[in-house]
Design a protein around this ligand. Structure first.
Ligand code: SAM
Ligand code: SF4
Length: 336
């Protein structure tokens, strides 16, 4: 191990320092923008990286290149058994340890996760109306999701953020209500443009509500400082552009992956639940870390494959352009 970690830099000069680890492709929800009602063909359990394998890859990234953030995701990460054990293994790395979850199991396990070393969560919440929530997630779990957000706050998993995918004609009429809800409970809401990563290929540009429009709707009710995009403070690069409310009521974020891609300062790489390393959600190439790990690769060999993959990271995805090639996997299979 080198004594002073070198930065891992991609061909466009961007430092890579944020690792997204998917721990499962399974989920207890069936969000329409992510997977079909019947679910997907789940990976056999033996295909999933073990916690030891995940922690080894994370350690290599932190030791060699001083990665500053690790986010656990899925599928739904909280459906994987003994999840606190993974956080116990990652906590000694001393990095910003976060998780993205649909929140429905948090009321049961937030305390255990926090005790094991998880620092903060993003909880997905697309609607405050029980019927719309159920139509979107295909599960009648709004109350449990809300209880999960409360539990995360009570367990100190903050700053808690809410992720909301906005779809025209489905939940875009709730943008202001969701912003108001975030203000009320002291949680920043991140509105995400609907991306072409749904499993059934039903995406179309008309359903995307541009981030600019989302901000204008919120600003009309709760004035925002739209000229001053919040600088990040001590965090690694966020894809969300954050804007403060003029009355000091916190902030709101928009993730304009479609209309204003933030690829220029992307610092992230991803590992799918079965150990395929990807340099972009929309990457068409994957690097099979599991194969070499299970063939007894050394840390150097693993690091070499990661560095080789990062050497293929592209300048930016091309959603909404004519030459866009849609990945064959959904967000839950890649790791959101
Ligand atoms: N199950 C967890 C959850 O829903 O928060 C973590 C995995 S999920 C794939 C991660 C994030 O991706 C969620 O916030 C979800 O709303 C978002 N997402 C999934 N499919 C999407 C799509 N087609 N466009 C935009 N965001 C999407
Ligand atoms: Fe599950 Fe998250 Fe996909 Fe919804 S977005 S189906 S909660 S993985």
């Amino acid at each position: 191990m080198p004594s002073v970690p070198d930065a891992l830099v991609d061909p466009f000069g961007r430092r890579v320092e944020d690792l997204r680890l998917s721990v499962t492709d399974r989920c207890n929800f069936r969000c329409t923008y992510c997977m079909p009602a019947e679910g997907l063909d789940w990976l056999p359990r033996s295909d999933l990286l073990t916690y030891e394998e995940l922690a080894r890859i994370a350690r290599i990234c932190v030791e060699r290149w001083a990665f500053s953030g690790i986010r656990i995701t899925g599928g739904e990460p909280t459906v994987r058994a003994q999840l606190p054990r993974l956080f116990e293994m990652l906590a000694p790395l001393g990095v910003d340890l976060a998780m993205t979850t649909n929140g429905v199991r948090l009321a049961k396990i937030a305390g255990d996760l926090a005790a094991a070393g998880l620092r903060r969560v993003n909880v997905s919440l697309d609607s405050l109306k029980p019927d719309v929530f159920e139509r979107l997630t295909r599960r009648p779990e709004l109350d449990n999701t809300l209880a999960g957000i409360d539990a995360a706050l009570a367990a100190g998993l903050g700053p808690v953020k809410i992720n909301c995918v906005v779809m025209r004609g489905v939940n875009d009429d709730e943008v202001v209500d969701l912003a108001a809800f975030g203000r009320e409970i002291g949680v920043g809401v991140r509105f995400i443009e609907f991306m072409p990563l749904d499993a059934d290929g039903g995406w179309n540009l008309d359903q995307v509500v541009p981030a600019r429009e989302i901000l204008e709707r919120i600003d009309a009710v709760f004035p925002l400082d739209l000229d001053a995009r919040e600088a990040r403070a001590g965090e690694h690069v966020e894809p969300a552009a954050r804007f403060s409310y003029r009355d000091g009521g916190g902030d709101v974020g928009v993730i304009a992956s479609v209309t204003e891609p933030f690829c220029g300062n992307c610092d992230r790489v991803r590992l799918t639940a079965e150990g395929k390393f990807r340099t972009c959600l929309f990457a068409l190439e994957e690097f099979d870390l599991r194969a070499i790990i299970r063939a007894d690769a050394t840390d150097d060999e693993i690091a070499t494959m990661i560095a080789r993959a990062v050497g293929t990271k592209w300048a930016g995805h091309r959603i909404a352009r004519v030459d866009f090639v849609r990945p064959t996997r959904s967000m839950s299979q890649i790791g959101g």
